[in-house]
Structure formats: C-alpha cells, structure tokens
Design a protein around this ligand. Structure first.
Ligand code: BGC
Length: 441
C-alpha cells in the first residue's frame, strides 16, 4: 500500500546553503525540560544530539506560497492538476495556500520564536524560469533573495530545495525536453553549497519472521529507496531490481554510472511511518500492468496478519506512528551505504481538518508532541549509540498547509492556520515543546 497522494511522485534535489551562513552562538539558559514523555532515553535536550546538530522546519513552495499569478510566475503541473475537477479531495486549489509569498517575514519570525536553526523551503522553478527554460524572471530571483535575507537576519540557515514537484507546465508540454538541463540554471545560481536528494522512505518491517517475509521486506526497501539511492552510491540499480525488472529497467552507460556515483554530498531522508511487508507473488493485475508492486512480489500494510495495527494512528489513512522505524531506517542506511551523511529532511504527523473542532482544541496537539519526542529519541539513539552520521532534523511542517491531493483536509503544522479568518497563524502546543527543547543545553 502506498502513500495516499496523487500527482508526480519523486525525489527532490536539496541544496543547503551552508557556506552562506554566519553561525552565531547565543548562550541560552540551560533548562532541563522536554515534556511529552517516552522513547526510553530520558528527556530530550539539545545535548541528546551532537554539537552543531541542526533543527529546522520544512515547507514546499506549492504547498505554502499561493500568489500563483504574481510577479511573472509561470504555470506548473500542479496548478493544472489542482484545477482539474475531482482531483483534489476537498475541491480546493493552492492559488492562495497559506500565502507565504506575502507573509514570509511574519513566518520567519515564527521560526525565530521557536529557536529554530534552519528552514527548508523550495524554490518554485516557474518563478525563476516561467517557461521552464530560457528567459530568467528577475522578480522570482529577487523574491527568494528577500526570503534568504530575512532568514539570515534572524540567524536561520536556509536549506533550499530546488524542486519539490511543481514542474513548470511548459516543460511538461515539451515532454522531450531534457529537464536536467534547465535545472542546472538554478544550481548555477547557488554554487558553493552542498548537494543532496531528499528520499521518501517508509520503513518496511517483515510481517512474520519467516525467511520469505524477511526477504520480501528487504526487496520492498530496495525497490523503494534503493531504486533512487543505489545509483548514487554504486552506479547502478539494486541487483534484485535488475533480476526482476530485467529488460524493462534502463541500463546505465559507463559514463552515466560514473557521473551519478558519488554525486551526493549528503542524503536527505523524509520519514513518516512504517509498514509490515509480506511476500506476495499473486498480484495478477499488477503483473498484467507490469507495475512496480508486481515486480517486488511484496505487499506492505499498516496491519499485521491478524489485522492488528502496527502503531497508534495519526488522523490520516496512511500515517501510523512507529518511532522505532526511525532508528531501524538510520541503521539500514548506515549499513547499506557505508555511513553516509544524513539529514532528516521531513518527519511529522497530521491531524484532520475537522470543521467542528474549535481552534482551542486544535492547538492541543499532544499526539504530535509525543510523535516528535519519540521519533527524535530514536534518532538520537541511532546517532549516539549506533554511530549513524545524522546531522539535522526538519519537522514537517512549520504551518498547516495545502496537502496535495488531500487539499486542506490535513493539518501537518506546528502552527495552526485559520482558513476561515485571513490565514491567521496560532502556535499549537508543539511549538512550545520545540521551544523548550531548542533552548535546553
Ligand atoms: C512531502 C510533503 C508532504 C508530506 C506529507 C512528504 O513526503 O514531501 O510535500 O506534505 O510528505 O504527506
């Protein structure tokens, strides 16, 4: 079972502008706190993580900015999709979203209030190159310079995602065009950084301890993470994929292989949940369609074979809370890719946008606090006890925002956004929890 999200899947290129940043150390009174319970390792503090470990929140242009027709921005595939009747579950679109295009100063202040070190946001390609290629739109460049300056003025490091699914429609229309060529314009504008990719990774736990299910879980992971990450480390797709997908899997030339191998400065990992995986060779429809699931010969579900859920459920269909998955995943990445540098580029949970819930009640997000506490506790253990090289953690998300095909039905924010009153932002209790953690020593 996959994530409930339609539209373009995929991985994102990320560029932390580390070298642009002046790091200022401010002494903060060391309070030994952090409510929220659990996770086994005592209370979380800054000291639970190595020196220099970066805490931030994450966001994406299309989910946040709005202002889709402002300052020369070109149309994207998500504008087209969101305006196609029946594609978005609440019939909304992101024309306004949470209006960060106009409210970024206020939002930067919200991050500063929490004591965050960094902000991961994406650049809308179609603001810079409205037609996908060619003429550069100076207003787009100016806008992101203002955002970056606002962040730096508060001591917040910008981590820039170069592409978070909002492909310019013009490029899609000229489908033979090499997307990578246009992409390089953005990278050229931001030299000196480090380059990585954010991979979306569910942890797959074998459904039973039979060898066949253990193998199935490994296979499912190779088809999920390995498909995209292996070429960067080994110059090729995983052997399992070669075998099962056979001639349908493209082959790397020696040059291509050499080009991608070793090209990442770090790995970004977006991690939310864990599923059980079992062997399954009877996917007849999948076999007819030649689809990926049929190729893996596995099925992954958030329930065990007796129907028992794998963990407590957030308020979404796919998101079950399984903090131990974080530690297992970090160890898997360490073993498979020989201790790469990792950033957790996204981790978080949503609440449903219930129109009958009062704002006051919506701000009491104790489940979210426990989620972050327990996932972070497992992350800290993977670093300190298992030696995984993880350098930072970005909570998804700063604000409630437009959740792709789920529209405004899902609220992932640390800050609540009032969609009925001029998009006013209110801190949920998790904001105070992060503030406490980040001001500890
Ligand atoms: C995506 C976000 C999305 C989040 C929650 C992530 O994988 O990068 O854009 O909002 O999942 O579904």
């Amino acid at each position: 079972m996959g994530r409930i999200k339609s539209g373009p899947p995929g991985q994102r290129a990320m560029l932390p502008l580390l070298l642009l940043v002046v790091v200022v150390f401010v002494w903060l009174p060391g309070r030994c706190i952090a409510q929220g319970g659990g996770g086994g390792g005592g209370q979380l503090t800054r000291g639970s993580f190595p020196n220099g470990f970066v805490f931030g929140t994450a966001a994406a242009a299309y989910q946040y900015e709005g202002a889709v027709k402002v300052d020369g921005r070109g149309q994207t595939i998500w504008d087209t999709f969101a305006h196609t009747f029946g594609k978005i579950s609440d019939f909304s679109n992101a024309d306004v979203a949470v209006d960060q295009y106009h409210r970024f100063q206020e939002d930067v202040q919200l991050m500063a209030d929490m004591g965050m070190d960094a902000y991961r946001f994406s650049i809308a390609w179609s603001r810079i190159l409205p037609n996908g290629t060619g003429q550069v739109n100076q207003a787009g460049i100016d806008h992101y310079n203002k955002v970056i300056n606002a962040l730096l003025s508060k001591g917040i490091q910008p981590y820039v995602t170069l592409y978070h699914w909002d492909l310019p429609q013009a490029l899609e229309d000229r489908s033979k065009y090499k997307v990578s060529t246009s992409f390089s314009v953005l990278f050229d504008a931001t030299q000196n950084g480090q380059l990585g990719i954010a991979f979306d990774v569910i942890w797959y736990e074998p459904m039973t301890n039979s060898t066949i299910d253990i193998e199935a879980a490994k296979r499912a992971q190779e088809f999920q993470l390995g498909w995209f990450a292996d070429p960067f480390f080994f110059g090729d797709y995983p052997a399992t994929m070669r075998k099962r997908v056979a001639e349908r899997l493209p082959k790397f030339t020696a040059d291509e292989s050499a080009l991608v191998k070793g090209a990442l400065d770090f790995m970004g990992i977006n991690h939310y949940t864990t599923f059980y995986t079992r062997n399954n060779n009877t996917n007849i429809i999948g076999k007819l369609l030649n689809d990926t699931l049929a190729d893996t010969g596995t099925v992954s579900l958030p329930f065990d074979k007796n129907g028992k859920p794998i963990g407590d459920r957030a308020n979404s269909i796919w998101l079950y809370i399984v903090p131990s998955g974080m530690r297992k995943l970090m160890n898997y990445v360490k073993e498979r890719y020989n201790s790469p540098t990792v950033y957790i580029t996204e981790n978080g949970m949503d609440d449903s946008n219930n129109p009958f819930t009062s704002i006051n009640d919506a701000l009491k997000d104790s489940k979210r606090i426990k989620y972050h506490n327990d996932y972070l506790t497992n992350l800290a253990a993977s670093i300190k006890e298992d030696g995984c090289d993880v350098r930072g953690y970005f909570a998804w998300s700063l604000l409630d925002n437009w959740e792709w095909a789920a529209g405004y039905t899902s609220r992932f924010g640390l800050y609540f956004v009032d969609y009925r009153d001029n998009l006013k932002r209110y801190p949920k209790n998790s904001v105070q929890w992060f503030k406490t953690l980040l001001s500890s020593s």
